[in-house]
Write a protein that binds this ligand. Sequence first.
Ligand SMILES: Nc1ncnc2c1ncn2[C@@H]1O[C@H](COP(=O)(O)OP(=O)(O)OP(=O)(O)O)[C@@H](O)[C@H]1O
Length: 605
Amino acid sequence: MQSGKKLVALFKQTQRLVPALRLVWRSSPGWTMAKLSLLVIQGLYPLLQIYLVKLLVDVVTTQPEITASPQLLSQSKPLLIGLAVVLLTGMIANALSELVTSSQAQKVSDYMRSILHAKSVEIDLSYYENPRYHDTLQRAQKEATYRPNQILKRLALVVQNSILLVAMLGLLLTLHWGITSALLIAIIPTVLVRIYYTRKLYAWQRTWTPVERKSVYLSWLLTGEQFAKEIRLFGLGELFSQRFNRLRSQLYRAKFKLMAWRSLSFLAANLIAGVMIGAIYGFILYQALQGALKLGDLVLYHQALQRGQSALKSFIAGLSGLHEDNLFLANLYEFLDLHPQIVTPAQPKFCPPVKDQGITFEQVSFGYEGTSRQALKGLSFTVKPGETIALVGENGSGKTTLIKLLCRLYDPTQGRITLNGVDLRDLDVAHLRQQISVVFQDYAKYHLSAQDNIWLGNVHLELQDKRIIEAAQKSGAHDVITQLPEGYNTMLGKLFHGGEELSIGQWQKVALARAFLRQSQVIVLDEPTSAMDPKAEYELFSKFRELIQDQSAILITHRLSTVKMADRIYVMDKGQIIENGTHQELMDYQGAYAHLFKIQAKNYW
Ligand SMILES: Nc1ncnc2c1ncn2[C@@H]1O[C@H](COP(=O)(O)OP(=O)(O)OP(=O)(O)O)[C@@H](O)[C@H]1O
């Protein structure tokens, strides 16, 4: 009963191989077909070669005299032609093999990367905040580019060698059954060692992934552009380098121990096999000396034993390799099996225009996964159509979290958010996100052309659309871009040739232009002018209403002088709204807002 269950579990595990092969096929059916054909040819031609050589030796040795007699020539001619054809086919197959193998492998690895990319984009933002996800991703990335293709190779190896193996073992059986049995028994210790250490290596990899990832992180710190300044200034290079080396030597020691035991075990297994093969050779030689074998037979059996032994080795290596692939494929599927929680419902509701009722937060609470703290606690407020509201509050009071919920990067743990009366969870996710334009505090800096950087805000437009320039004019980025050597075609950032680095404030203007380009119903600006000079900030906010036209706007800022123009100001504290009203109402109220405003004003005057 127990062993039956084990067998079923084992069978279920091997089912990982089939979908992996499907992935290989989908990546490039043409190249995969070519590769398979070559493998078949390469598998068959040594077999034919041996057989033709045996026939040739037999023809020669059955002649009364070895001279170029017409009879010998006529008998050996077709065999020689056959041998030449086989050898030529083998040569052509070998020559093509490199091209086909590298092209097909490249196709598979690119296809697998595209699958990983699609999955990474599909899953929820919350996965990125979970270290386990990063472990899974790291392992999947390691396996994805080569493992599926390796299965194909090993499968072909198994099939190829099984033909050769059956033929060779069959031949050896005609001599003595004991030879075949001894050959099979000789390989058993190697198989056991391989299976045992494959499992050990798999367990080792899973245990050490976090350490490996830490070392990758340190390497990134030491080589990445964004840390280069601090590392030099604070003299952190050596410290991080030492930490990196310490982790790498921990990894090295742990793996070395495992690999050393593995090598020793293989040595022992090979010694056993060596003794048994030696005994088989002794037996064949004895038979020849007794006159039981002709010269042709001796050549045949010698070759059969040699090739049979190598076919058996390859066959077993293929099989145990498949076992290893199957085991390690779990790493890939673990990642591919991740599924987003934030999805479009089966029958999404129509996304109504915000002009109707606006956005409403109804008793919204939220806590990030893995923490017991509530980032938002029972929040309720409405952003009316065309209204500009401002969110102010201390660091960590929950302002950005609220925006992430509005974009459905997370769902509330309690309460609901509605757009014109419809719960966000009932809307098509992509469509909802099209309605919202956001500049986050940590906006992206794309190392692409200035034009691309803005166009990415609305990729449904033509690249030459004049609205790209209009958006840049609104944010103040136009003046920056026209000063660049190639204007809108200038590559931004220093990662690629010809790139021009911008100042932080200039990058911010470009990000703002991206947000203006998006034809959304709501615009959310999280600290949009934190790096801008006062003149640029003044210009932006003095014509803010004109810039956003009839969009609803949510503004997050610590600079209270810029929130005066908001229709309503919400003051947040520890995930709650503690005050709200117009600037004047809040100043009259003499609460937290008035206090903060006065502190800031005092610093200016
Ligand atoms: N990804 C996250 N995982 C866990 N906790 C988080 C995460 N992001 C933010 N928090 C926590 O949620 C709370 C609210 O953070 P949030 O970023 O919304 O504050 P904020 O008001 O925007 O702050 P700031 O003014 O500094 O931008 C903080 O206590 C923060 O530690």
